[in-house]
Write a new protein. Structure first.
Lengths: 437, 177
């Protein structure tokens, strides 16, 4: 495929680039901030981001500029900007790289965003396990304060912003923006019922914007090179810009790759990630993190953009692409993911809390050769009772691995039940452990 | 009464609380501070934190129990956490657990008799392209083989750390000129 320009991974791809403030400035860093502060009215920045077509890179894909514009202009404040660095969607490891290798890119994006929406206090909510990431960010923030990019009178313009790192403590659900806000308030991370939306009642019930790391890292580039330029990259108007896709599973070259949206799964799996490990045939792939429905080899020519993946029956989600080779048991794969969802269900909504446990027990039974044919109908019924019946999108996410594997691999489920064993596993199945919370 | 926090830690607390418009916002950071101090979050520490933040001890406790990373009892000096989620499982979580068992003689949930290592299986740690992997205390060890796992465990046992820990993450690594 044609070569393309790197935006977000450009600096860190230079040999010797350390991510320090000095390195970032040498690479043109903080020029966007200087162009904006005191020179462009905040509202115009929001308009620029709207025009660029930038959509959220965390999973939901909400238009970023529109999100900013929902903050009430006449609110006395305070208002908050939160960077969602919880990166917890299985299959996703891009934000970790963006933060640890080029922290100032994201911080500059945050300062510009804070200026656009009139924020004086801002937090980076980073998942607790990323201890190194938190340290890198703390060091970068100290550098930015020292250089006058943060603090009371930024670059002598009178604009003030304080920025803090706030560590999570192990909870997938805190990547959901309202659960994140609860967690930041020192509570259990239970998603809130919406409305009201965070734009009016967010952190401490004040107007709040929550944006993903990769989303914010795009902002300086849009300011430097213009909304029209950004809107011409990828597959506009709905899918502008690049994405950092995270390749995992049975490919030769797993890792993070930044490409313009609109390349196909075939290109990213076979050209960019080097194709299948051991040259086995592709069996299935997950296109956008664990919450996205499985797709099949027949979907290889689907484009990696929001609309195309949705049309194929899944979602572009967080950009985590997990590839599975022939010989991978799909019942086992679904069971593994349901173990995750069962463990991570926050417990607020009954269909999700109880349903995830039931789903896991049934999958486990089938995988261990103790399934019954009527289990398949029960799975389908349970999934139908969870979808759309929970406060947040977790309920819809947890059923995706089951509904999609049942759709494409029903024969595999039936073989497990008929033969009373996993047709792919040569070893006896491990002991059947009961599921409990 | 003696405090669960050292004097140096106590001096940091007002600055942490000041970062938040409402005191309770400082709860997770103070729990982290308690765990740094003692290796786990004791009920005494929870009561002290409740006092600092004008909360009741149950309000602190209900928050502590929601999150997986706060230990409510002392564990081994080195906490090995192996990612069990699908992306790592596809490339060898089971192998890694076997290597650790062969080396240390412990299974998930167990601690070595010398109290040095505790083994846990955890959900996705954001290392999906570089599995199988484990986190030992603060550090990530990725793309593990049996030899590499043995070396990491030897080094950690002897020196508390290992140079094979992942630094600022990038994968694939940029080409060197």
């Amino acid at each position: 495929m044609a070569t393309h320009e790197l935006l977000l991974l450009k600096n860190m791809s230079q040999p010797g680039y350390s991510g320090s403030l000095a390195d970032y400035e040498r690479a043109g860093g903080y020029q966007a901030l200087k162009k904006v502060l005191g020179k462009i009215p905040p509202g115009d920045i929001t308009e620029m981001v709207k025009k660029s077509g930038l959509r959220g890179r965390g999973g939901a894909g909400f238009p970023t500029g529109v999100k900013w514009s929902f903050i009430p202009k006449d609110h006395p404040g305070p208002r908050y900007l939160i960077c969602n660095a919880d990166e917890s969607e299985p299959g996703t490891f891009k934000d970790r790289q963006l933060m640890e290798r080029d922290p100032h890119q994201m911080i500059e994006g945050m300062i510009i965003a804070a200026y656009a929406i009139g924020v004086r206090t801002s937090y980076i909510y980073i998942r607790g396990e990323f201890v190194l990431g938190a340290r890198v960010l703390e060091r970068a923030l100290a550098e930015a304060y020292q250089a006058g990019y943060l603090g009371k009178d930024i670059l002598g313009t009178g604009f003030a912003l304080d920025l803090y790192v706030h560590r999570g403590a192990g909870a997938y659900i805190c990547g959901e923006e309202t659960a994140l806000l609860e967690s930041l308030e020192g509570k259990r991370g239970l998603p809130r019922i919406k409305p009201p939306f965070p734009a009016t009642h967010g952190l401490f019930q004040k107007p709040t914007v929550v944006n993903n790391v990769e989303t914010l890292a795009n902002v300086p580039h849009i300011v430097n090179r213009g909304a029209e330029w950004f809107a011409s990259i990828g597959n506009p108007p709905k899918s502008s810009g690049t994405r950092v896709f995270c390749m995992s599973g049975h490919v030769k070259r797993p890792g993070n790759y930044e490409v313009p949206m609109g390349v196909t799964f075939r290109e990213i799996i076979y050209d960019i990630a080097g194709g299948m490990r051991g040259d086995k045939p592709l069996k299935a792939f997950i296109p956008g993190g664990a919450s996205a429905a499985f797709l099949m080899p027949e979907h290889l020519d689907v484009k990696l953009d929001f609309e195309s993946v949705a049309q194929a029956g899944s979602m572009l989600g967080s950009g985590g692409i997990t590839v599975m080779e022939e010989g991978t048991c799909m019942v086992w794969a679904a069971e593994n993911l349901l173990h995750f969802f069962n463990h991570e269900s926050c417990g607020k909504c009954t269909p999700c809390r109880e349903g995830s446990s039931w789903l896991l027990q049934i999958l486990r039974r089938i995988d261990h050769g103790k399934g019954k044919m009527e289990d398949l109908a029960t799975l389908t019924r349970l999934c139908g009772n969870i979808a759309g019946r929970t406060v947040c999108a977790f309920g819809d996410a947890e059923i995706a691995p089951i509904t999609s594997t049942l759709q494409y691999f029903r024969d595999e489920y039936e073989a497990h039940i008929r033969e009373q064993r996993c047709p792919f596993r040569s070893q006896p199945a491990p002991e059947l452990i009961s599921v409990g919370r | 009464m003696t405090s669960a926090f050292s004097k140096a830690a106590q001096e940091r607390i007002p600055g942490i609380i000041a970062r938040y418009a409402e005191k309770r916002g400082a709860l997770l950071p103070l729990l982290w501070l308690a765990q740094e101090e003692q290796g786990y979050v004791s009920e005494e520490a929870m009561k002290e934190i409740a006092g600092w933040l004008d909360l009741t001890p149950p309000q602190v406790y209900e928050t502590v129990t929601f999150y997986t990373m706060y230990n409510r009892r002392p564990i081994g000096k080195y906490h090995i956490q192996v990612c069990r989620s699908l992306m790592c499982a596809l490339v060898g979580t089971d192998n890694l657990l076997g290597w650790i068992h062969a080396k240390l003689g412990i299974k998930t949930g167990q601690t070595t008799p010398d109290g040095l290592f505790t083994l846990s299986q955890v959900e996705c740690l954001g290392s999906c392209g570089t599995g199988p992997m484990m986190q030992i205390n603060d550090d990530y060890y990725e793309r593990l083989t049996q030899d590499k796992t043995n070396r990491v465990l030897d080094d950690v046992k002897r020196e508390g750390k290992c140079p094979l820990a992942t630094g600022p993450f990038m994968f694939p690594e940029p080409a060197q000129k």
